[in-house]
Design a protein around this ligand. Structure first.
Ligand SMILES: O=C(O)c1ccccc1NCC(=O)[C@H](O)[C@H](O)COP(=O)(O)O
Length: 229
């Protein structure tokens, strides 16, 4: 997982059937939000572990977590059998340092949750922890609910673009991406990867095959365009 580029992640897998659909449509990474603070995970840890074990490289499972303790994060990734973890909570830099020191094999993504007025804070965080993070992921804060992920909301792409320019590590773009806006987002922000959840679902709150297929195709086309420009 050293040279991660032009990658498409889909988050919020709810069962094996949905994972199979995503695999068939060419999604690279599969995000499993688990042990969420709400206590309402969409999938059991046992079911997630089984799906992750069945993924064929280069497809990979990613733990999405609010955990903040390096030892707990490490133990849970081992339990699930994932090679990558996306940390969505307010993890102290020293815990990120400890995690990288103890688990150099683990690919660590740190979220940068964009709010109305926190660009400077996020840029500072990038400077502070880039040496112990493998990739950053943007996301969008929802002030109405306090949610930091799976909000289905976009944020100011100028902030994402600035974070890409500042970060020495690759950046995955997330937050309100859809089949309709992902190509524009890639052209504007020039991320190494993209991620989506809410806007790939149908009314039944399951991933919709046509939306996933279009999201993957539009992403691949735009990544090829920015590589050639
Ligand atoms: O995906 C989730 O259910 C989730 C829940 C809580 C925190 C983070 C979560 N996911 C992180 C992701 O990578 C999402 O795909 C990202 O938040 C984008 O979601 P959306 O705006 O709905 O596309």
């Amino acid at each position: 997982m050293s040279d991660v580029k032009d990658l498409v992640q889909v988050a919020g897998i709810i069962d094996a059937e949905e994972a199979a659909l995503l695999a068939e449509e060419g999604v690279d990474w599969f995000g499993f939000p688990l042990r969420l603070p709400s206590g309402k995970d969409d999938i059991s840890e046992a079911a997630a572990t089984e799906i992750i074990a069945g993924l064929k490289a280069p497809q990979e499972g990613v733990l999405i977590s609010y955990m903040t303790d390096a030892d707990e994060i490490s133990a849970f990734t081992t339990q699930l059998g994932v090679k990558a973890v996306q940390l969505h909570g307010d993890v102290e830099p020293e815990q990120l340092r400890k995690l990288k020191a103890n688990r150099p094999d683990l690919y660590v993504l740190k979220s940068l949750v964009v709010k109305e007025d926190n660009a400077e804070e996020l840029l500072k965080l990038v400077d502070e922890v880039a040496d112990v993070v493998d990739m950053f992921i943007t996301d969008t804060f929802n002030p109405a609910t306090g949610a930091k992920g799976a909000t289905g909301l976009t944020h100011d792409w100028n902030v994402s673009a600035e974070l890409v320019r500042r970060s020495p590590k690759p950046l995955m773009m997330a937050g309100g991406l859809s089949p309709e806006n992902v190509a524009d987002a890639i052209r504007f922000v020039k991320p190494a990867a993209v991620d989506a959840h809410s806007l790939l679902e149908g009314d039944d709150r399951r991933k919709d095959r046509a939306k996933v297929a279009k999201f993957v195709a539009e992403s691949r086309k735009a990544f090829a365009e920015i590589a050639g420009s």
